[in-house]
Design a protein around this ligand. Sequence first.
Ligand code: URA
Length: 247
Amino acid sequence: MKKNAAEIREDLKAHVDFLTEAGAGFVLRRPEDQAGAAAGASGAPSALPSLADRPPQTAEERKLLEEIDRHVLACTLCDLHRFRTRAVPGEGDRAAELMFIGEGPGRDEDLQGRPFVGRAGQLLRKIIAAMKFREDEVYITNMVKCRPPENRVPHHEEIEACSRYLIRQIELIRPKVIVILGKTPTDYFAPGREGMTVRRGRFGSYLGIPVMPTFHPSYLVRNEGNRELKRMVWEDMQKVMALLGKK
Ligand code: URA
């Protein structure tokens, strides 16, 4: 569908906002630098699985994804269900090329039943716009679907219990690339001893799908004045865009 002028202005504003916050100096790079970013810290994209081998989603798979949402909304598999207002299965295109996985719902998400709608979510949504995706073209979800009390890090047993939903979502959505936000999903999908500063920016792989760890947007929000963090996140997202053929 063609966008109207107001929608285009809105998209452009989100794009420019994030790029400006990220430090616009590095955005205006020479094409040869961008090719370098796309090659990534861990090797060229050619070393990654072919993105062409992605069979179209079937009607049955779409139905199963809706069923997962219903199960999540009624889930009592771990103690987190006792504290929730609403469970948050995820939102966006259930056949998306690009999937974002965060840690777990916070207060705003718990109240609204939608992922990433608070301050960190607003930043994530700016990043998505800067990557030239509409919000409804990507899929956004979390490791755990219910809010941990006081926004604590989810416990291992909670992540394990909820992983049956997440793994099924990944298998059925079959994104071409997954972006994992912060330490909790990175410990699950790309475990390692190093800190996020070392682990971010290098593609790993899960079920043959390239997985890019980057900083969690709430870490960026907490360190608002730190342009270097935003620059690193943008560098990571440029690698993802290059892999998806977004210029
Ligand atoms: N932080 C997350 O990890 N997920 C959300 O949905 C919101 C904040």
